[in-house]
Design a binder for this molecule. Structure first.
Ligand code: C2O
Ligand code: CU
Ligand code: CU
Length: 509
């Protein structure tokens, strides 16, 4: 018997060894393929940071501030070596101008689509009626113009704009369609903060890209990237290897993570503390002195950093804590480091006061007054087990209501949470009080796995039973794949309606 068994045992052992070798090989391969990207010390800061121009505007006969924004195709030689990258931008080949308006102003933006496909523009972070929001129900056909108008009724903040056509958001943002939208108000203007645009108050729009040998954007996903495309090269306002000449003792950086999937942990090369003065929806109550701030896609932070004469210091992103370990951490970019932007201080610097400790008092929303608590579970490619459906309204909120939403990521991969129309406040993060960088107004928040976020939101106005606002993961590939939902704001007693079946803006809009 034993002699007959031997070949079988040998075969079994052989199979086991084979499987082991294959397994180790695969794991090793995966480990190698997800080798962390590290550009620290490897970036040549040879190009002055491009600063997006301020968008020109005019006042029309009704006193509205009117902007024009043309979405168009373009091409850009990012490396300065003659290789052209096919891109898209607003009023130019890549990114767009900075829109700027004041609280109380009525604005109108004439969005012209000169692309060869449908697009739209969503005003990320803006409080406005659903039909002006630029979500997937406000498509602008090629050749058409869409002219949303609304009154700015929220505090000074660093917002942004980008296309939001369902299923094509990642692609269009990746090609370059995005820009900053700065809101001003009297409270902010009364504070001793740097505010000369492009001089001591500078947009820092950070995006990661990969390039093919011929210079094209390379959007190939590696097999382990469950979160979307992660690039190995940073563009800051579209500049590779950027430096900023600083002529003042302090500089305010408006950091915007406009990447499609990557989360950063921003700080400085010598770990100097900086003043965090604002987050997504505006200035904080009090300045937070930090050495790092983590930003997931869509989030913003306003920081004021001190510089010394003649020094060079680098804005750097160190491995962000994504709340996960091992291979998933690496494949989600959790081990990556980047040199982002070099600050070059002049030999003599214009004096500037330190950022004040007290900024603007924040009206705290009271979670105790919430009429509803909703739970949202982010998992797979859906929320609460469902993928977005353009003709399904997931829930209705009553105008005037305060609500508490408990948002949780039940996956092993990172997600984040973004909601249109309102800015929210965090009540708790995994049961604990939010840290200072999450204590102010937010419209986007990172969701580490299994750490529930309780947020409080107030829907003061702008009802429309038929046209929904979106809430979704702002990792754009997830959003495009369906990790999104739709809600409407209805008047008290009103029933939710139905989203229009074809909601586009054609030539006769
Ligand atoms: Cu910035 Cu619904 O997106
Ligand atoms: Cu948004
Ligand atoms: Cu996600």
């Amino acid at each position: 018997m034993s002699t007959r068994r031997r070949p079988l045992v040998r075969v079994l052992i052989g199979v086991l060894v084979g499987m082991l070798v294959l397994g180790v090989g695969l794991a090793g391969g995966a480990w190698a393929l997800t080798r962390p990207t590290d550009t620290v010390g490897a970036v040549n800061f040879t190009r002055p940071l491009a600063v997006p121009p301020l968008a020109p505007s005019r006042l029309d006969d009704r006193g509205r501030r009117v902007f024009d924004l043309v979405a168009q195709e373009g091409s850009r030689d990012f490396h300065g070596d003659g290789r052209a990258t096919a891109t898209a931008g607003f009023d130019g080949g890549f990114l767009g101008p900075t829109l700027r308006a004041k609280r109380g102003e009525q604005v109108q933006v004439n969005v012209v689509n000169r692309l060869s496909e449908d697009t739209n523009v969503h005003w990320h972070g803006m409080h406005l009626p659903a039909r002006m929001d630029g979500g997937p129900h406000q498509l602008v056909r090629p050749g058409a113009t869409w002219s949303p108008t609304w009154r700015v009724s929220q505090p000074a903040a660093t917002l942004w704009y980008h296309p939001h056509p369902h299923g094509a958001t990642e692609e269009q943002v990746y090609r370059g369609l995005a820009g900053m939208f700065i809101l001003d108000d009297d409270r902010e203007a009364a504070l001793p903060l740097p505010r000369t645009y492009g001089v001591d108050d500078v947009p820092v729009i950070v995006q990661d890209r990969s390039f093919s040998g011929s210079g094209k954007f390379d959007k190939t996903r590696n097999a382990f990237a469950g979160i979307g495309v992660l690039g190995d090269t940073l563009l800051v306002n579209g500049t590779i290897g950027p430096y900023l000449d600083v002529r003042t003792e302090r500089v305010r950086l408006r950091l915007l993570n406009a990447s499609t999937a990557r989360t950063y942990d921003f700080g400085f090369s010598d770990d100097r503390p900086f003043a965090l003065i604002g987050t997504d929806g505006g200035l904080l109550d009090r300045t937070a002195r930090l050495t790092r701030v983590r930003l997931s896609p869509g989030e913003r932070a306003e920081v004021v950093v001190d510089v010394r004469p003649a020094e060079r210091v680098i804005l750097r992103s160190t491995p962000p804590d994504l709340g996960i370990g091992g291979l998933s951490r690496r494949s989600a970019g959790g081990a990556d480091r980047f040199d982002v932007l070099q600050l070059r201080a002049a030999d003599t610097l214009t004096p500037a006061p330190p950022a004040p400790d007290d900024l603007v008092p924040t009206d705290r929303l009271d979670p105790g007054s919430a009429v509803t608590t909703r739970r949202m579970e982010f998992k797979g490619r859906g929320i609460n087990g469902r993928s977005v459906q353009m003709d399904r309204i997931d829930f209705a909120v009553t105008r005037g209501a305060t609500e508490v939403w408990e948002v949780v990521n039940s996956d092993g991969t990172p997600h984040n949470f973004h909601v249109h129309d309102v800015q929210f406040q965090l009540v708790s993060v995994a049961g604990a009080a939010p840290p200072p960088e999450l204590a102010g107004w937010k419209d986007t928040v990172f969701l580490p796995p299994h750490r529930p976020m309780r947020i409080v939101l107030r829907f003061a106005d702008h009802s429309d039973p038929n046209l929904p606002y979106m809430y979704h993961c702002h990792l754009l590939w997830h959003e495009d794949s369906g990790m999104m939902g739709q809600f409407v704001v209805v008047d008290p007693g009103q029933a939710p309606g139905r989203p229009p079946t074809h909601s586009g803006h054609g030539d006769h809009d």
